[in-house]
Unconditional design. Structure first.
Length: 139
């Protein structure tokens, strides 16, 4: 289900508010990831890229995943992102999406590769840390 202000009690309120706005303005956005008994376990991010990341343009759709540490390695990120990306192709109408991952984040690198992403370029996060930009093209 779309991430919105209703999840502010279990996830960052600012992120929930930004997700609500993005959905309203663009017709696509972040998804809440629900686990057993529909418990909130994380977020499948799908949004226009934020400014300040070297190697990604703000007109590109960026994806990411944030899964609670207590339920990692159960496939939630991969499963949620498969669904979120399939939805993004239709709603966002783009021919590619991007993700950026820090070099020390091997689990996220593995998820990106499982999803079919390929490294595109090196870049910097908004805070100036090195990262790799991954890209996935529509089939």
């Amino acid at each position: 289900m779309p991430l919105d202000d209703g999840f502010a009690a279990v996830y960052d309120a600012g992120e929930c508010s930004a997700a609500t706005t993005h959905w309203r303005e663009h017709g696509f956005g972040n998804w809440a990831v629900l686990g057993d008994n529909d418990a909130f376990v994380g977020v499948a991010e799908v949004h226009f890229a934020y400014p300040g990341v070297t190697g990604i343009s703000t007109d590109e759709v960026e994806v990411g995943w944030d899964i609670a540490e207590s339920v990692r390695n159960r496939g939630y990120a991969t499963e949620a992102m498969h669904a979120a990306i399939a939805d993004a192709w239709t709603r966002a109408g783009v021919d590619h999406i991007v993700a950026y991952i820090r070099p020390d984040n091997a689990p996220s690198q593995r998820v990106a590769l499982k999803l079919g992403f390929a490294p595109r370029a090196q870049g910097l996060t908004r805070s100036g840390e090195p990262m790799t930009v991954y890209e996935l093209r529509a089939a």
